[in-house]
Design a protein around this ligand. Structure first.
Ligand code: FES
Ligand code: FES
Length: 152
């Protein structure tokens, strides 16, 4: 029986088992390939999505458990109010290879939704789970601060 999920405000019926990791439902069934596969075991957070506003590792979240909730992927970040963050990412030249960046932006979006002006320690603590093998952490911090500063 198909599983109903709502992604970026659009309702979908996914013909897959409820236990399928949400990551693969997004990528393989819905073609939303902005959500990246890194480790598959909840350790790198490159697969971050927001579920009812909370960052979740989609590789470790079942499709069934996400049913009935609001899922936001990087493709819906601008519509979800993260356009200023994306602009700051560009202005600060944050990405290197880019692979981890969808997860970084969504995690930063959740941080700024919870805390309007986080200090360095709060930014570092919030962003730490999302691993970046290119080492873009200093630019991530600068971009988050820049986006936070631009908010009323
Ligand atoms: S791919 Fe999900 S945490 Fe690494
Ligand atoms: S930009 Fe390459 S892994 Fe983060």
């Amino acid at each position: 029986m198909p599983v109903s999920i709502t992604v970026n405000g659009v309702a979908h019926e996914v013909d897959a088992p409820e236990e399928l990791p949400l990551l693969w439902a997004l990528r393989d069934h819905l073609g939303l390939t902005g959500t990246k596969y890194g480790c598959g075991i909840g350790q790198c957070w490159s697969c971050t999505v927001l579920i009812d506003g909370a960052p979740m590792a989609s590789c470790s979240t079942s499709l069934g458990s996400a049913s009935g909730k609001a899922i936001t992927t990087i493709e819906g970040a601008e519509a979800a109010g993260m356009g200023d963050l994306q602009d700051a990412w560009v202005a600060h030249g944050v990405p290197q290879c880019g692979y981890c960046q969808p997860g970084q932006i969504l995690k930063a979006g959740a941080l700024l939704a919870a805390e309007r002006n986080p200090d360095d320690a709060a930014i570092d603590a919030a962003m730490k789970p999302v691993l970046c093998r290119c080492g873009t952490y200093a630019r991530i911090r600068a971009a988050v601060k820049s986006a936070a500063g631009g908010r009323a």
